[in-house]
Design a protein around this ligand. Structure first.
Ligand SMILES: [Fe+2]
Ligand SMILES: [Fe+2]
Length: 379
């Protein structure tokens, strides 16, 4: 499949984060609502390529019933593939959960208009590291590269990091391939994007420590950063709904992007509430919240992201988010409260609920102490 810029000089990518589809999708209102979003976005944006950012479908029954898995993936991507639009899919940590990655890649790869494969040598870490080149509108010249990198699952030493990183051998392969692209591009680094499931640790550079008066609007860092509350730095836009769950050991992937040059942007999934974006050290980074309703969600603010690249001026790419509600869609899978609240309001309600429960508990305890004191004091 050869990707190329349109005659208007544009190439449009439509991104879908963490859908987490389940085997019961055929009867699930959550699947129907997700498909409404997908169809509305496809109709409105008419993309040239869709990207699924990992944690796409549940894989726990793949061994006993691979056909059910194949059917679920096929039905998930059907609104895209039936419009004859290609869709590139990457592996999320949950596609690694059951040890059937090669079967998963083979199933995706066997479908028409679906792109998932492993271009790296078998000994390189990960099961689906690949790239796609976008050619000029006349189909002659390679102009832009899209990298799809397998960010693996959990780190071997959980005391150091919960999530794994992109391994040094993957980075080495990536750098070798970038050298080849440079040769194809007249000695200059080829403008590129990276798509991968788990964000790099540098995503925290888009955030800053919250002042105490900002705490109601701040979010707690992940794992080793849990004692710090964060808000977006100046220039960071979008929603910071949870501490990014990036690896806590840095394998040097971001430094490698800087070294090879040409990496204009990186797009991540993994954290279902976050949709913030910003630039750090010259590289645009964006996290993508879920486009579905299966895993924990932000009410009915599931969203898609459109990224438009200009053939003549790829450095000036544009991106925009559009949420379920903004398409004018009606959510049927969530109750009236979750449909209305944002997850921030929901979290605040939860926190208030805990505080109320804590105060009630303290009141009961105080009452019990007073009564016991009276009882024993009276003796
Ligand atoms: Fe996920
Ligand atoms: Fe994930």
């Amino acid at each position: 499949m050869k990707l190329k810029f349109n005659s208007d000089g544009k190439f449009r990518l439509l991104l879908f984060g963490d859908i987490h589809e389940h085997y019961d999708y055929k009867t699930s209102p959550r699947f129907k609502d997700m498909q409404k979003l997908m169809n509305a976005a496809l109709d409105e944006y008419k993309p040239d390529l869709c990207v699924f950012l990992g944690d796409n479908c549940n894989t726990d029954k793949i061994e006993e019933d691979p056909e059910a898995f194949r059917e679920m993936v096929a039905d998930l991507v059907k609104p895209i593939t039936s419009r004859n639009i290609p869709v590139a899919c990457i592996l999320g940590n949950h596609e690694h959960d059951h040890g059937h990655e090669d079967e998963i890649v083979a199933i995706y790869n066997s479908m028409e208009n679906v792109i998932m494969r492993n271009d790296a040598p078998a000994e390189v870490t990960g099961n689906a590291n690949f790239k796609e080149i976008i050619y000029s509108s006349d189909g002659e010249k390679p102009v832009f590269c899209l990298w799809f990198i397998d960010s693996n699952n959990c780190f071997e030493d959980r005391s150091l990091s919960h999530y794994d990183y992109v391994h040094p051998d993957q980075i080495e392969w990536f750098e070798q391939e970038c050298e080849k692209l440079k040769e194809m591009n007249g000695g200059k680094p080829m403008p590129s994007f990276v798509f991968q499931h788990t964000p790099v640790p540098e995503e925290y550079e888009l955030l800053r420590k919250a002042h105490f008066w900002e705490l109601p609007f701040a979010t707690r860092g992940y794992n080793s950063k849990r004692k710090t509350f964060y808000v977006g730095k100046k220039g960071t836009k979008g929603y910071v709904g949870e501490g990014p769950c990036s690896p806590e050991v840095n394998s040097g992937q971001f430094a490698s992007w800087k070294k090879v040059g040409g990496i204009l942007g990186a797009f991540f999934g993994h954290d279902h509430l976050n949709d913030f974006w910003g630039k750090y050290d010259g590289i645009f980074m964006a996290q993508h919240k879920t486009a579905g309703f299966r895993a924990y969600t932000d009410g009915c603010r599931s969203c898609v992201r459109l990224v438009t690249i200009d053939e003549k001026n790829p450095e000036q790419f544009t991106q925009e988010l559009k949420r379920f509600k903004q398409f004018g869609l009606k959510c049927e899978c969530l109750g009236p409260i979750m449909r209305t609240l944002t997850d921030r309001q929901s979290i605040t309600l939860h926190v208030l609920g805990y505080i109320a429960a804590g105060l009630a508990g303290a009141g009961v305890l105080a009452f019990a102490i007073i009564k016991l004191t009276e009882y024993f004091g009276g003796k």
